[in-house]
Design a binder for this molecule. Structure first.
Ligand SMILES: [Ca+2]
Length: 212
């Protein structure tokens, strides 16, 4: 299909792979934390990988604050409804995103995505692959992770055990975004997290271009 593209504005603006086994059907959470004024965002894309790369099928596969229904210059954009508490979700709640934090003012975790693999549809061939991406909001004037205080991402399983943790401020200081890795779900529900840890300096649509 043709490439998916999202409007990147918000309201008010114009390696070797490390495999981490998850228990079958086990839910887990990606947690993003930082301090200071910068707006960081966590994104996930539900893709099918039939052996020729991970590809999203429609806008309903994209869990991103850029895909929440909103008005930009009088035009409605985005396809995901914001819940009363500010959270939003895809695939009937299989992936749920916290309210979009516009700065790092919260104590501890500022944004999170919770994934419940058991709620996702099974694929007839290939695997479900869900890339997880953390990045600085495009409008945050040329900042890189090295200029953001205490930016960290962690993946935690249902019982609270940490599967991975990375410092974006230190390990990815030269970049505005990082693909942390992908959740891989085989037919039958067995899930792995495959760590990637690739930094990039494009915007979210350039990321989406790889996965659509
Ligand atoms: Ca944010």
């Amino acid at each position: 299909m043709s490439k998916l593209v999202l409007n990147l504005a918000k309201p008010g603006e114009q390696a070797p792979k490390l495999q981490l086994n998850l228990s079958k059907g086990e839910a887990f959470t990606a947690k993003l934390s930082w301090d200071g004024e910068t707006d960081l965002d966590l994104h996930a894309i539900v893709c099918v990988n039939a052996g020729d790369g991970a590809k999203a099928q429609s806008l309903e596969d994209i869990l991103s604050t850029y895909n929440v229904r909103r008005k930009i210059g009088g035009q409605e954009v985005g396809v995901l409804d914001k819940q009363a508490d500010g959270s939003f979700q895809v695939h009937g709640g299989a992936l749920r995103h916290s309210p979009d934090a516009l700065d790092g003012a919260l104590d501890g975790v500022d944004e999170w995505i919770r994934v419940d693999p058991s709620k996702l549809p099974s694929v007839s061939s290939g695997v479900l692959e869900i890339p997880l991406v953390a990045m600085i909001h495009t409008q945050a004037a040329a900042k890189r992770f090295g200029q953001v205080q205490n930016a960290e991402i962690a993946i935690v399983n249902a019982s609270g055990a940490e599967l991975m943790r990375a410092s974006l401020s230190n390990q990815f200081g030269d970049f505005i975004g990082v693909q942390m890795g992908s959740i891989m779900i085989e037919a039958g529900g067995k899930a792995n997290f495959v760590a990637v840890g690739v930094g990039f300096n494009g915007d979210f649509n350039s990321v989406l271009g790889h996965f659509s």
